[in-house]
Design a protein around this ligand. Structure first.
Ligand code: IVH
Length: 588
């Protein structure tokens, strides 16, 4: 075979490979809420695929990821439960979009943005906006009244998540009577982005950490998980926000995008103050430079800038490709990455016995914070990245609050340190780093666990901490340090021991004394009054979070009833799948 056919074969093979990889990544991203590729890598691979497909047109495939916008359609059949703590997403009404919901073509290069602008008609006006990093939503106002709120879905039909959307205070349930919406069809559609602001995101993740539920990687995943919940009270509590950026309908009252946004603002819709009407390339570039820095002070995540041709007539002339409008483009901010050394892998044992590998890094400055630790998730993750102690690794922070290790550097500049391409030969510890018990890994699970639930110190202490926490038994005065102290003196070795504590046990401790002892004992006494649902949550049964505990407690109003419950009875309860049922039965 000559060299050219060899290359051709390789490239054809690469097309198939990329299609497979991107399809999987799409599924992970949209359906499982657990992205495996950074946005940057995804876009880079998608572009490579586009280039190759343009070269080998005979390999056209309508199902290629280049031909479709990703899908966020909720799977009616809930597969999520196999994954620990995955939020349930059950049947929302699916509704066809009046206008397809397209995505935007995007670019990481300012030169390409300049090229795009230079190709537009000379008198063009460009509206610059922030690209919010959440989930797109389409609000339907019929005769001025909010009737539907659809997710993008596959672009042609989406889930109607109206009940959850109604929990967002900045979205009006009705528009003021401007005389417009009663004319013609009375239909107006307004699109925007649903987001979980940083403070709400941080709070949610702190709660999840305390409950050992998996953390959301970024506010976008948190918003997506939240929109798919069935419990509107929980949705309301989490505090979603929404920014709107696009108005559609027939015979709309104005003929520019900018004026429509101003109109929407007058109607009380939440339009970002960052929207700006620009008249030339310079103004656009200044806008990009300004927001590249300033966006770090915003309460919500943004991942770029969107440029839109202002005049609707010009938009119509430019038209659409199968995937995106030609009258708009997104400039994406580059993710912040740093190279640093992985100095040591340590292991953390949690309340449920899960052993999490942690990367201890040579401290490095990233997006304004010093990073020195990052989670390595589990054994498979480490093997996939093929890393070991001493390697130079890339750490990324893009919209994500938790720094991620995205790969190792094998080039020459790192070769003094890095383990090149050879297999790292990494081995996960066989024994619990805390108590020495042989670890186990259940089939289908990624995590290694220490099965010594009764006497592995961090498990016992973690269970006690969870039990006394505010949302559980709400026992005050028993913080981590006090628990540590009492544990080390054999006074507190299980949840039950809490109720045997005596005044002198506590008062005799250094730093505590009579007064704290009395307060703690009062608080313990008070905890005997908390509702059964909270006790159930406090027990710390795997995957039984606060909301699930409430639902179970309603169906089984006492512990005596619950301990004889069958799998069938349990799975009958909303939000309880087989895995949770098995955990409850195993507990008793
Ligand atoms: S306009 C036809 N404007 O980015 C144009 N989209 O990759 C429709 N997005 O699906 C989109 N901020 O979810 C537009 N200011 C903004 C945006 C924005 C965020 C999202 C939107 C869209 C995705 C495109």
């Amino acid at each position: 075979m000559d060299l050219f056919s060899q290359i051709e074969n390789q490239e054809r093979e690469e097309i198939l490979q990329l299609r497979k990889e991107l399809k999987e990544a799409n599924h992970k991203y949209y359906v499982e809420n657990a992205p495996t590729l950074s946005d940057y890598d995804f876009d880079r691979k998608l572009r490579r695929l586009q280039d190759l497909e343009a070269q080998y047109t005979d390999m056209f495939d309508a199902s290629s990821p280049t031909q479709r916008v990703g899908s966020d359609l909720v799977e009616v059949e809930d597969k999520g439960e196999k994954q620990k703590g995955k939020e349930k997403s059950k049947g929302f009404e699916q509704v066809a979009h009046k206008y397809p919901m397209l995505s935007l073509s995007n670019s990481y290069s300012r030169e390409e943005i300049a090229e795009w602008i230079n190709k537009l008609p000379e008198d063009v006006e460009i509206v610059c906006e922030l690209k919010f990093d959440g989930l797109s939503i389409s609000l339907w106002y019929e005769n001025g009244i909010l009737t539907k709120a659809l997710t993008r879905g596959d672009g042609t039909k989406g889930d109607n998540v109206i009940d959850n959307i109604r929990t967002i205070p900045s979205i009006p349930q009705r528009l003021p009577d401007t005389g417009y919406q009663i004319s013609d069809s009375g239909f107006i559609e307004i699109r925007g982005e649903v987001l979980l602001p940083w403070p709400a995101f941080d709070r949610l993740n702190q709660e999840r950490e305390a409950q050992e539920e998996p953390l959301f990687a970024n506010p976008r995943n948190a918003a997506s998980g939240t929109l798919k919940l069935q419990d509107t009270q929980e949705v309301a509590r989490r505090g979603l926000e929404c920014y709107l950026y696009y108005m559609l309908g027939e015979k709309l009252p104005t003929d520019t995008h900018y004026a429509r946004l101003q109109l929407a603002k007058q109607w009380g819709l939440n339009i970002s103050d960052a929207v700006k009407l620009c008249h030339n390339l310079n103004e656009v570039m200044e806008y990009i430079a300004y927001w590249d820095k300033e966006r770090k002070n915003l309460p919500v995540a943004t991942d770029g800038i969107v440029l839109k041709v202002n005049r609707i007539a010009q938009q119509e002339e430019l038209g659409y490709t199968a995937k995106s409008p030609r009258w708009a483009i997104a400039y994406k901010f580059p993710a912040e990455k740093q190279l640093t050394q992985l100095q040591q892998i340590t292991y953390q044992v949690g309340r449920t016995g899960v052993v999490t590998p942690v990367a201890n890094l040579r401290p490095v400055q990233l997006s304004g914070t010093m990073v020195q630790r990052a989670t390595l998730h589990n054994e498979d993750f480490i093997r996939q990245l093929n890393i070991q102690e001493g390697d130079m690794v890339w750490v990324e922070k893009s919209g994500e609050i938790i720094p991620k290790i995205i790969g190792k550097e094998t080039s020459e500049k790192a070769s003094d340190h890095s383990s090149e391409n050879q297999e790292s030969g990494y081995a996960f510890p066989k024994e619990c780093p805390e108590c020495g018990t042989l670890l186990v890994r259940a089939e289908g699970e990624a995590a290694w666990r220490c099965p010594n639930e009764k006497s592995c110190p961090p498990q016992t202490k973690g269970k006690i901490e969870h039990f006394v926490s505010r949302k559980a038994m709400n026992i005050e005065g028993l913080g981590t340090e006090t628990i540590d102290l009492l544990y080390s003196q054999n006074l507190l070795r299980s949840i039950a021991d809490i109720y045997d504590l005596k005044q002198e046990d506590i008062a005799n401790q250094e730093r505590l004394g009579d007064k704290s002892a009395r307060n703690i004992l009062d608080s313990i006494e008070g905890s005997k009054q908390v509702a059964w649902a909270r006790v159930l949550f406090a027990l710390g049964i795997r995957m039984v979070g606060e909301t699930t505990a409430k639902k179970i407690a309603r169906r089984f109003p006492s512990i005596d009833l619950l301990q004889w419950a069958t799998v069938e009875q349990l799975t009958d309860i909303d939000d309880v799948g087989e895995q949770i049922a098995t955990n409850i039965i195993a507990y008793f």
